[in-house]
Design a protein around this ligand. Structure first.
Ligand code: IMP
Ligand code: MG
Length: 179
């Protein structure tokens, strides 16, 4: 375990098992509706989760990425800024947004609104983690990995000041690191 991590919350094995389940569920749901999703990963945090998840979606999906920012240090700000826009059109597409964690819900609320404005047919959300205790927006993941307590976590894509994204597990960062 990394020295700055107080506790491992979700192991690599837990995540891999969950991605297999979510991939199956997503495949079944979309096939039943005769639709193929365009996976849109929110950079940078969703990358490891999206890589693992998409291996288990058995359809001819396409993927794209966008980067929005709303988070500095450990406090969530109210508005978002587009740092990198999508490469492909979302017009008439069924979008499956891939997120690392839903905290206040501000980021997703804005991104979902934007995608519908750009003509998306439908927007669903899959998130590795959910911190429901901090929610200020009425946002819910359609597909969810794990619900966690109100702790600041890093690893499996999640960072603190751009560090720890490469840890193969999700862990609670020691308070002394960010206080
Ligand atoms: P929201 O807009 O408040 O829902 O924030 C979502 C974004 O904040 C996530 O995509 C993460 O990038 C970041 N975030 C929220 N909680 C954590 C955390 O515990 N560790 C690292 N990043 C976090
Ligand atoms: Mg994020």
């Amino acid at each position: 375990m990394h020295n700055d991590v107080a506790k491992v919350l979700v192991t690599k094995e837990d995540i891999e098992k969950k991605c297999l389940e979510l991939g199956k569920q997503i495949t079944t749901d979309y096939q039943a509706r005769n639709e193929v999703p365009l996976l849109v990963g929110l950079l940078i945090g969703s990358v490891p989760f999206m890589s693992e998840l998409m291996k288990h979606i058995e359809m001819e999906i396409s993927i794209d990425f966008m980067d929005v920012s709303s988070y500095e240090g450990t406090e969530s700000l109210g508005s978002i800024k587009i740092e990198k826009d999508l490469t492909f059109s979302v017009q008439e597409k069924s979008i499956l947004l891939v997120e690392d964690i839903i905290d206040t819900g501000n980021t997703l609320k804005e991104v979902i609104r934007m995608l519908y404005n750009k003509g998306a047919k439908e927007v669903r959300v899959v998130s590795l983690l959910d911190k429901p205790s901090r929610r200020t927006q009425n946002i819910k993941a359609d597909y969810l990995g794990f619900t966690i307590e109100n702790e600041f976590v890093v690893g499996y894509g999640l960072d603190y000041n751009q560090k720890y994204r490469n840890l193969p597990y999700v862990g609670i960062l020691k308070r002394e690191i960010y206080e």
